[in-house]
Design a protein around this ligand. Structure first.
Ligand code: ATP
Length: 418
């Protein structure tokens, strides 16, 4: 223990270097008041982890062993400012007279009445509070009570795991209690470049069936958080080694899923939904699977258009202009995505169409038609659409030719009406 203490960084110094002078003094003051009031005060979890890693973290909550809300009121009574209480969570926000805000949280224990249900919470001591946490590196506390300011509580060898760069759960049923921890494990592994400890990974794999106790929305949220931190496909592969994709998509992903995902990831503007679609795309039931994760109207359109594209008789359509009849309503985003599909072989044709469609500007506009004595109306769209097709086919290649063509069409239409 002596040796370990000797190798510990000076947390007080770290804290002083990390937070503002005002916050440092505020923490000191809270610690002093905690001693006076007979409670213990700690910094806990992600903040302590990041302090040890020398990473910035703005999430400065004070955890109180005792009644946090009462203590917060004592602080405000002695030093001014105001308190906002959140009774159900045992939390209070103290806004100091200098307008600093700090959350005062009561130590708690969580019981899971059902797995993945919202936990039932009761106040407890710091040991129980740490026991309910997800990983050893997130289960450390630093005392800010005056008599032990800077003392680290590390009952689960979090320091060792930080050094070994390991994500490790605290007890074997952790993932069953809360399957979102499976995603959190991946997120932290990716963020810090750590590995998921072997037994932890095995327990995650054996908890896979519990993913279904999470709502699709929750799953999607967790995947989005991972995606936001991913700089390459590593996170997606890591989820694969834990069998997440096999579980969510009900099948092992083929190599083409990964090829597709790599291509999509290298494009700017990719979202987690694009990635999920790319991974699922080669599966026969891809649409059924991916539909579960749709969250916006735009995504619904994207999937419907992608489905249409997959079924469009693209190979049989001979000219680019004709292709436009099928695909004019398909958004650029969908076409661009579809063109990355490694399982499709007719890309040159479609690629050509997409390029021309993007580059093309129509020789005539609705205003031009009015100038040419056309009566405004819904038929404008028909003329302009036919013109688009002719331009794409190279049948019309100047404004004069376009004008000549519409005037001829107009004459034909008038003749038909006579
Ligand atoms: P981040 O930088 O992403 O905010 P963090 O560790 O602070 O990282 P939070 O989600 O803010 O993450 O959670 C704060 C702390 O609460 C964690 O460090 C962990 O101790 C605990 N915690 C959060 N979610 C869970 C969970 N699902 N199960 C157990 N403990 C959790």
């Amino acid at each position: 223990r002596k040796e370990q203490e000797a190798s510990l960084p000076n947390l007080v110094q770290r804290l002083e270097d990390t937070v503002s002078k005002e916050h440092f003094h505020l923490l000191k003051l809270i610690g002093k008041e905690a001693d006076r009031f007979g409670v213990s005060a700690y910094l806990v979890g992600g903040f302590v982890r990041d302090l040890l890693l020398e990473r910035p973290n703005e999430d400065l909550d004070v955890v109180i062993e005792g009644d946090g809300i009462k203590f917060a009121n004592v602080l405000a009574a002695s030093h001014g400012g105001s308190i906002k209480q959140h009774d159900t969570f045992g939390t209070a926000t103290w806004t100091t007279p200098d307008d600093m805000k700090i959350d005062i949280v009561t130590c708690r224990t969580e019981y899971y009445a059902e797995t993945a249900a919202l936990p039932i919470v009761r106040s407890s001591n710091i040991h129980e509070d740490l026991t309910r946490r997800d990983f050893t590196i997130n289960a450390m506390a630093m005392s800010i009570s005056e008599h032990s300011f800077g003392k680290l509580l590390d009952e689960y060898q979090g320091i060792e795991d930080l050094k070994a760069k390991k994500i490790r759960i605290l007890h074997p049923i952790s993932f069953i209690e809360d399957p979102t921890r499976i995603f959190r494990a991946v997120r932290f592994a990716v963020r810090f470049g750590y590995s998921i400890e072997k037994e932890t990974a095995r327990l995650a794999q054996s908890a896979m069936s519990h993913l279904f106790s999470l709502s699709q929305q929750r799953l999607r949220q967790e995947l989005t958080l991972i995606h936001k931190e991913a700089t390459d496909l590593e996170a997606y592969y890591l989820l694969d080694t834990l069998n997440v994709w096999k579980t969510l998509f009900q099948k092992e992903l083929p190599a083409s899923s990964w090829q597709y995902a790599e291509r999509v990831f290298s494009q700017s503007g990719h979202t987690v939904f694009h990635m999920l679609t790319a991974l699922a795309s080669p599966l026969s039931n891809w649409r059924e699977m991916i539909q579960l994760y749709i969250m916006t109207a735009k995504e619904r359109v994207f999937i419907e258009q992608l489905n249409e594209l997959k079924q469009a008789p693209i190979e049989e359509v001979k000219s680019i202009g004709e292709l436009h009849r099928y695909l004019y309503a398909v958004h650029d985003e969908t076409l661009r995505f579809y063109l990355l599909d490694p399982t499709q072989e007719f890309h040159t044709h479609l690629d050509d169409y997409f390029k021309k469609r993007q580059e093309m500007s129509l020789y005539l506009s609705g205003d031009d038609l009015i100038k040419l004595d056309f009566k405004p109306g819904p038929h404008f769209r028909d003329y302009l659409f036919e013109l688009e097709i002719k331009q794409l086919n190279g049948e019309i290649s100047s404004k004069e030719e376009a004008t000549r063509w519409v005037l001829e069409e107009k004459q034909k239409a008038e003749a038909n009406h006579l």
